[in-house]
Design a protein around this ligand. Structure first.
Ligand code: NAD
Length: 491
């Protein structure tokens, strides 16, 4: 479906105690990557507005924290119904601001809804636990909210990434402060309005716009107890250091440079589709995209399939746009630099034409670089575009040793028909998420999401079971009601 780009400029303010409030520290335009047209104007809160919003969130959390889990969950059920009802409209909006296709916009929301469904199940699966530990004495776990928590999200998934944490953190009883990407803030309007309509009490979701200044004010406030972040490694590190220096818990997901190992015994069709779709999906702007292809032995027929599928992508139809003109120019120059470093261009995205009437958009076609040299930019740096760098390897041992040198560790996939080879990659690749004949190995709920190395700072994962301890505390309660006459050593 063609993305419906908003005809009117959307005003995007800050969501404070359930109302939309104009930011007093300036405003900036939101430009659609599709056609370069202004589609929104976002206002940024002043320092005083940030402080007062956090105070209101803190006040609202007191009652919410005392509300039984089952009651909080009912709000989330209603939230889910609204998201499903508004799915198409939201998909158009998020695609318009992020450059995704309509189908990608919808898929991101569906994944977010899957996380929400996991949060709905907490009322049944996360019951704590109680045990009589000695005569007349019992111990109990009780999960408690932290209070006000904050999350900072990137441009590339304006709904899915915030939805990784909003349902879980709210269901656990926290007040949630969200700083959306300064490039794609418009989707936050729909999410905040949906939660309001679902009956979330005012103050429990706060949306504050801006950039580093807003983020730093949020982190520095003593009201904020935990900080989640998803974005580039450079900023993830800054946010992690700032929050942890203040004694706060922080979980900061960073960038990636995902490697795919391609073995000669792989099914060429499966590999062609899986690898091409991985590096072209979301125009390569996702932290799980394939970026380096470690081609082991003679895999030329597989590479032909990858090129064939990538070549068939139609910009504006099944492949989206690059977020900004600056980023598109960077990618074009990076392709030139790879060529000058000795890479052979099997498919040149610079030659792709913009869709009709969208010449002012940021378009770049799929690009396949062969014979990329180790240590060059195309091998080692996260480019964040529809570019795959092929490195030829003599055997699996060499491929794994190259993967192991990556500073990042989000995902690594292998395409093979050999269980033993697949198991070797699963064991030896330094990555948090492994794919076997899967190009984008995003774990589906209830399995949690998270990388290692420079792709993640902090402990635990951002979704699923491994996120629960991040967004809550676990109290341990030990109880005795009567004096015991046996030799019980608990006083
Ligand atoms: P970014 O780091 O530029 O921005 C992320 C967020 O940080 C935005 O909200 C932005 O406004 C804010 N920000 C920017 N500069 C800041 C600063 N100096 N101090 C505090 N906050 C600041 O990332 P992006 O370009 O929006 O997103 C793309 C990046 O995100 C890629 O590197 C991608 O790999 C990564 N990403 C990672 C994951 C993951 O789970 N590991 C998921 C999605 C995206």
């Amino acid at each position: 479906m063609t993305v419906k780009i908003p005809a009117e400029v959307i005003s995007c303010d800050n969501f404070i105690r359930g109302e939309w409030v104009k930011g007093e520290a300036g405003s900036h335009d939101i430009i659609s990557p599709y056609n370069g047209k202004k589609i929104g104007r976002v206002t940024v809160p002043s320092a005083a507005q940030v402080q007062s919003a956090l105070k209101l969130a803190d006040e609202a959390q007191i009652e919410w924290g005392k509300t039984p889990l089952k009651e909080r969950t009912r709000v989330m059920f209603a939230f889910r119904d609204i998201l499903i009802r508004d799915l198409n409209e939201m998909a158009h909006l998020k695609a318009s601001e992020s450059g995704k296709t309509f189908d990608e916009g919808k898929a991101g929301l569906m994944k977010g809804i899957e996380v929400l469904e996991y949060a709905l199940s907490l009322q049944n699966i996360d019951m704590g636990g109680k045990l009589e530990v000695s005569r007349g004495v019992s111990c109990e776990y009780r999960r408690t909210a932290l209070g006000v928590i904050a999350n900072i999200t990137p441009f590339n998934f304006p709904a899915m990434v915030p939805m990784w944490t909003i349902p879980i953190a709210l269901t656990l009883g926290n007040a949630y402060v969200w700083k959306p990407s300064d490039k794609t803030p418009l989707t936050s309007i729909r999410i905040a309005n949906a939660l309001k309509e679902a009956g979330l009490p005012a103050g429990l979701l706060t949306v504050l716009h801006g950039n580093a200044e807003t983020v730093n004010a949020i982190i520095d406030s003593p009201i904020v107890k935990a900080v989640g972040f998803v974005g580039s490694t450079k900023v993830a590190k800054l946010v992690y250091q700032r929050a942890t220096a203040l004694g706060k818990r922080a979980l900061c997901m960073g960038g990636a440079k995902n490697h795919i190992v391609l073995l000669p015994d792989a099914n060429p069709e499966l590999a062609g589709i899986g690898i091409a779709d991985s590096f072209t999906g979301c125009a390569g702007q996702r932290c799980m995209a394939a970026s380096v292809l470690l081609a082991v032995g003679d895999v030329d027929k597989h590479i032909e399939k990858i090129v064939e599928r990538a070549k068939a992508m139609q910009l504006g139809n099944n492949m989206g746009a690059i977020i900004t003109k600056t980023q598109k120019d960077f990618l074009v120059e990076a392709i030139g630099r790879a060529e000058s470093h000795g890479a052979k261009i099997l498919l040149d995205g610079r030659l792709a034409k913009a869709p009709t009437g969208m010449d002012e958009g940021n378009w770049l076609g799929p690009t396949v670089l062969d014979g990329v040299k180790l240590g060059t930019e195309a091998h080692a740096v996260e480019l964040f575009g529809p570019i795959i760098s092929i490195i030829r390897c003599k055997d699996l041992t060499e491929a794994i040793s190259i993967q192991n040198t990556s500073e990042y560790g989000n995902a690594c996939s292998v395409f093979t028909n050999s269980g033993a080879m697949a198991e070797r990659v699963s064991k030896e690749a330094k990555a948090g998420m492994i794919g076997i004949n899967v190009g984008v190995p995003v774990p589906r709920e209830p399995f949690s999401f998270g990388g290692v190395a420079a792709s993640k700072f902090g402990h635990g994962d951002i979704t699923g079971e491994h996120s629960l301890d991040f967004w809550s505390d676990v109290k341990k309660i030990t109880v005795k009601w009567e004096k015991q006459n046996d030799n019980n050593w608990m006083s």
